[in-house]
Design a protein around this ligand. Structure first.
Ligand code: ASP
Ligand code: MG
Length: 416
């Protein structure tokens, strides 16, 4: 019998009505002969509310206690959902992360899953019971409740699917799949029927909020068949229709052969750029600049160093906008020691990326991208590439224009 793990996000369980609709959807799959494990998030807004309560008491809450509080949102939805299923005549049983034993490390608020004891769930499944397992939470070796980071119930679902060797992990959300770009910026954006795991990983790390990036990494590692689909369709649409809806994350590139070279345009406004000008060209300079940045726990994204002219070069990198001021003050302290001339910062930038596995086998993608931007008079400030991605930094005022023209230039609005 095929086994599916179905994850429902906060909006999908945002009210009693919605929870009942989720139960109908699950019951439909059960009725069609599938075994199902269901993983809900907390009701929409609930996790924020809980964290807010904690902050009213401690401005930076004790991480262990914060997890105790934040994890309660999912404890509510598992119980309600199990009841809703029972009301439809579907045997169901709720489990917290600790009850299953989703064992994690002790990094409170961003714990990693180490192991899942799946025997109990398997016994339920064999007995025809639908286990309803709390997303986002686990327990460490000492028995303390942990949470997996915001959006973590995606990861819970994928990890359960991996542990149970499920046939598919379905992530139900309030969008109906992964799009070529954000439809709020480009109304012609198209839903992708499939996207490769690597593309999804790039898109998630580039700011697409559809799936938590850790969930994508997990799915890739354990080759979980993953599908993103809408919980807003009628709960009683046919199983065939539902199984073909949304976006499937694939692992075989062959499936992509007939498809576009580029899968999507991603963008991100959260970065800021720092340029150290007139840096002496000698060993140890990159380390002298970025060492203290790393020591301050600041993530660096793009890094560019020019070829040196007359023994000097310029060195630029980007950080998250929230870390911008801190990074600037660190670099200002460093430059007298390395003999650099100046440091210039710009927090009004954005990063735009084209993603597609087809780049591996096609030339001219970068030049077409640069031409398209040039034709609109958009200046490129930084460029970085990987095998399946080209990213540029441009002035943030051009963001929407750049996304729109690139989307059109690469015919992403045309049916696959
Ligand atoms: N409820 C948690 C959050 O809001 C986990 C999740 O929704 O995936 O971050
Ligand atoms: Mg969520």
């Amino acid at each position: 019998m095929a086994l599916i793990v179905q994850k429902f996000g906060g909006t999908s369980v945002g009210s009693v009505e919605r929870i009942k609709a989720v139960a109908h959807r699950v019951a439909k799959w059960r009725g069609a002969g599938y075994q199902a494990v269901v993983v809900p998030s907390a009701m929409a807004g609930e996790t924020n509310r809980l964290i807010g309560l904690a902050r009213e008491i401690q401005p930076s809450p004790d991480a262990r206690e914060l997890d105790v509080v934040a994890a309660t949102g999912e404890q509510v939805t598992i119980g309600l959902l199990a009841m809703a299923l029972q009301s439809l005549g579907v045997a169901a049983k709720s489990y917290t992360g600790a009850q299953v034993r989703v064992l994690t490390d002790s990094a409170h608020t961003k714990a990693r899953i180490l192991q899942i004891d799946e025997e109990r769930l398997r016994a339920d499944l064999e007995a025809g019971i639908v286990p309803v397992v709390a997303g986002f939470q686990g327990v460490d070796a000492a028995g303390s409740i942990t949470t997996l980071g915001r959006g973590g119930s995606d990861t819970s679902a994928v990890a359960l699917a991996a542990a149970l060797k499920a046939d598919e992990c379905q992530i139900f959300t309030d969008v109906d799949g992964v799009y070529t770009t954000d439809p709020r910026i480009v109304p012609e954006a198209r839903r992708l029927r499939s996207v490769t795991f690597e593309e999804m990983l790039e898109m998630s790390s580039l700011g697409s909020k559809v799936l938590q990036i850790r969930a994508v990494e997990f799915a890739g590692k354990y080759r979980v068949r993953l599908r993103v689909l809408s919980s807003l369709t009628a709960p009683d649409i046919s199983i065939d229709e539902e199984s073909a809806s949304g976006t499937l994350i694939t692992y075989e590139e062959d499936e992509k052969m007939e498809q576009a070279i580029i899968s999507g345009v991603a963008f991100n406004r959260d970065e800021a750029k720092i340029t150290v000008a007139g840096v002496p060209d000698r060993p140890g300079i990159a380390y002298a600049i970025l060492g203290p940045i790393a020591d301050a726990n600041i993530d660096v994204d793009m890094i560019i160093q020019n070829a040196s002219v007359a023994g000097h070069t310029d060195f630029s990198f980007t950080v998250h906008r929230n870390d911008y001021e801190k990074a600037m003050s660190i670099v200002r302290k460093v430059i007298p020691h390395i003999g650099a001339k100046d440091v210039i910062g710009d927090s009004k930038i954005c990063k735009i990326s084209m993603v597609g596995v087809g780049m591996r086998s096609h030339v001219g993608i970068a030049s077409k991208m640069f031409r398209t931007l040039a034709e609109e008079g958009i200046n490129i400030e930084m460029i970085s590439t990987s095998e399946i991605k080209i990213s540029v930094v441009v002035d943030e005022k051009y963001m929407e224009l750049a996304v729109r023209v690139l989307h059109r230039a690469f015919a992403l609005d045309q049916p696959q």
